[in-house]
Design a protein around this ligand. Structure first.
Ligand code: S3P
Length: 446
């Protein structure tokens, strides 16, 4: 199934103040990695709080196709892994649907196996550049037997008898590329090194260590991270509690900030500093966000966030912050549409290669709803209208992109006129509960 479902438009309208408590689904990055590492480790892995979005389920299916046993019992997922180095050749192409993370990390993982694997995806995924993970794999000796133009899917790989360990400097700020090389390093003799000049989300490093891999991270005087993984070690199954996804929490958070009279709590949100750029930015804009009950959950910081409607002001968001909020720019742009003055966002080049060209999709969606904005090569400037006067009334093209869909539905809750999105189906990739959760807080979305 590669999302051939009929488009399902949705509309959101100006809503009364949002109220209540909500719990967003598990973090998508940690959920993908839980299925992958659990499927690879020896023995049993038990996962609670897993995101049951379509993207993560594709990763689970891929691990099953390569020999892992994955089942759900009550609220828990129970996995019996193959053991590191013991994945089986899949009998059919691995269909990753819309999932960039699942596919890129799995390309890394299987690249180091002497077997033939084919990767396919939906129309959005088939447009996304895969050269960024194929290039380091080629250096390790992996053959790319087939790829569409520009190193895109469908892609067929064959690993060599034995992969060569490399030291790879990641050329763009990408946790997916870092992770793909480290996952390839798991079935490679010797030490695989990833050099990361700009820190990105560190779930792979933390989780590899949690599963017992020999991995060390050193940050040099220039702030460059050197991550060294000893290949072909043993991974051992473990218990994982997945915290709430800050990238999903971003939608009710911004909704509460822009809808007058709102006062909500979003519970159990992951507060890993590589993921909190949006909250930092919103606080600078004058948001009322309180951190309650901060605690450790399985080695990650989590907190409950209380958010109240706030008069926001425009700020400049520095390029260095982009990796810690890379998936949150669409909804930040929505917050900016209701702020006093201009919000200027720098360093957005990676937005061009997400599930859609998110920089263009956001700018077109804002324009369709009366927002004055300027799209640069890697910048976006949004001039806000406090109170949302004159905003809304447009239809937004979502381009198979879940975050564009959710961001503009949030915008409609505070705009003067309703906002329609052309297709809400893709929301299920990362946040299947979105509609019900937002309606439960009082949002008028249908
Ligand atoms: C992710 C990394 C980010 C992010 C994606 C999830 C991950 O992508 O946009 O949603 O789990 O590693 P890049 O690594 O391409 O920036």
């Amino acid at each position: 199934m590669t999302h051939q479902a009929q488009p399902r438009p949705a509309v959101s309208r100006r809503s009364p103040g949002l109220a209540g408590r909500a719990r967003v689904p598990g973090d998508k990055s940690i959920s993908h990695r839980s299925f992958m590492l659990g499927g690879l480790a020896s023995g049993e892995t038990r996962i609670s709080g897993l995101l049951e979005g379509e993207d993560v389920m594709r990763t689970g299916d891929a691990m099953k196709a390569m020999g892992a046993s994955i089942r759900k019992q009550g609220g828990e997922w129970i996995i019996r892994g193959t053991g590191n180095g013991a994945l089986l050749e899949p009998q059919a192409p691995l269909d990753f649907g819309n999932a960039g993370t699942g596919s890129r990390l799995t390309i890394g993982l299987v690249g180091a196996y002497d077997m033939k694997t084919t990767f396919i995806g939906d129309a959005s995924l088939s447009k996304r550049p895969m050269g960024r993970v194929l290039d380091p794999l080629r250096q390790m000796g992996v053959q790319v037997l087939k790829a569409a133009e520009g190193d895109r899917m469908p892609i067929t790989l064959r690993g060599p008898k034995s992969t060569a360990p490399i030291a790879y400097r990641v050329p763009m700020a990408s946790a997916q590329v870092k992770s793909a090389v480290l996952f390839a390093g798991l079935n490679t003799p010797g030490v695989t090194t990833v050099i990361e000049p700009v820190m990105t989300r560190d779930h792979t490093e933390k989780m590899l260590a949690g599963f017992g891999a020999e991995i060390e991270v050193e940050t040099d005087r220039e702030g460059v991270r050197h991550i060294r993984l000893q290949g072909q070690g043993k991974l051992t199954g473990r218990t994982i509690v997945v915290p709430g996804d800050p990238s999903s929490a971003a939608f009710p958070i911004v909704a509460a900030l822009i809808v007058p009279g709102s006062d909500i709590v979003v519970e159990n949100v992951l507060m890993n500093p590589t993921r909190t750029g949006l909250v930092t930015t919103l606080l600078e804009m004058g948001a009322s966000i309180e951190f309650l009950n901060g605690r450790d959950a399985g080695g990650e910081d989590v907190a409950d966030l209380r958010i109240r409607h706030s008069e926001l002001r425009g700020v400049t968001v520095p390029a260095e912050r982009a990796p810690s909020m890379i998936d949150e720019y669409p909804v930040l742009a929505v917050a900016a549409a209701f702020a006093e003055g201009e919000t200027l966002m720098h360093g957005l080049d990676e937005l061009r290669v997400k599930e859609s060209d998110r920089l263009a999709a956001v700018a077109r969606g804002l324009e369709a709803n009366g927002v004055d904005c300027t799209e640069g090569k890697d910048t976006l400037a949004v001039r806000g209208r406090p109170g949302g006067k004159g905003l809304g009334g447009g239809t937004v093209e979502t381009h198979l992109d879940h975050r564009i869909a959710m961001a503009f539905l949030v915008m409609g809750l505070a705009a003067e006129k309703p906002i329609t999105i052309d297709d809400a189906n893709m929301i299920a990739t990362s946040f299947p509960e979105f509609m019900g959760l937002m309606q439960g807080l009082g949002a008028q979305i249908e």
